[in-house]
Design a protein around this ligand. Structure first.
Ligand code: ATP
Length: 239
């Protein structure tokens, strides 16, 4: 289980971005993390993967744990090697490298298993397999998102953290991303899915959290969040 408990995060010693956030990602589940811009979702992901330092952020209270181990002083690369892997918002693939080389870069923590993981990733993303020698810069936005996810899957993570994977994508591509998240989860990886597309996220998640200005305001089974008219209207912007 990956968890945050009563987490407080401050940027630049002044901006209070998380105000006591608790969240749990159990093994093998999909957890949706929803909320408007600036609510603190990305900050929470950074805290879980040790990336706050890079952004002048700091955990000032609370804990981040993987099973019973405190991750607050664990360097990001060690967190990755322990199986917690984040796909950053905005894709960030190496546009001059081939698809296959992009995937191999992602395998740095598991070289011995490279061939098996490549096969598995190509199974998850047939569109990448068909074009493995193509330069990544030629891929569409949705395909680059898939490549970024595939790269993360090259280390066979126990938990995959996704920051708005459907952002800016056409409906068919959003569906493809949703299907692949379901498949990744079916193969055993726990997923924390940050999404603006609440309907998509809740349709596949087991549990959902809604954040507002640095706090968790709702923490419920995804089906309950989706079924509640008030929640839909006031927190999710759905009608
Ligand atoms: P978005 O969907 O826009 O990414 P979010 O829910 O992920 O929103 P965060 O990006 O975590 O929200 O931002 C939470 C708060 O922290 C916001 O008030 C934001 O302005 C602030 N913040 C985020 N990153 C930094 C930073 N590097 N330095 C200072 N403040 C920051």
């Amino acid at each position: 289980m990956l968890s945050a408990r009563n987490l407080e995060v401050v940027y630049d010693d002044v901006v209070l971005a998380l105000r006591g956030v608790s969240l749990q990602v159990p093994d093998g589940r999909i957890v949706a993390l929803l909320g408007s811009n600036g609510a603190g979702k990305t900050t929470l992901l950074r805290a879980l993967t040790g990336l706050l330092d890079l952004h002048d952020g700091e955990v000032t209270k609370g804990s981040v744990t993987l099973d019973d181990d405190d991750l607050r002083r664990t360097p990001p690369e060690k967190i990755v090697s322990r199986g917690v892997r984040q796909v950053l918002e905005g894709r960030r693939v190496f546009v001059e490298l081939s698809i296959e080389d992009n995937l191999k870069v992602g395998a740095h923590t598991a070289r011995a298993k490279m061939a098996a993981n490549l096969d598995r990733v190509y199974g998850l993303f047939p569109v990448l397999a068909d074009r493995r020698t193509l330069t990544a810069g030629y891929l569409s936005g949705g395909e680059q998102q898939m490549l970024a996810m595939g790269r993360a899957m090259m280390s066979d993570p126990r938990f995959l953290l996704l920051d708005e994977p459907s952002l800016g994508l056409a409906p068919l591509m959003v569906e493809a991303i949703r299907d692949v998240v379901v498949e990744i989860n079916a193969q055993g990886t726990g997923v924390l899915l940050v999404e603006q597309n609440a309907t998509m996220a809740l349709s596949i998640a087991h549990h959902g959290y809604v954040m507002e200005t640095g706090r968790v305001v709702l923490d419920k089974p995804a089906a309950e969040l989706l079924a509640d008219d008030d929640v839909r209207e006031f927190y999710l912007g759905l009608h």
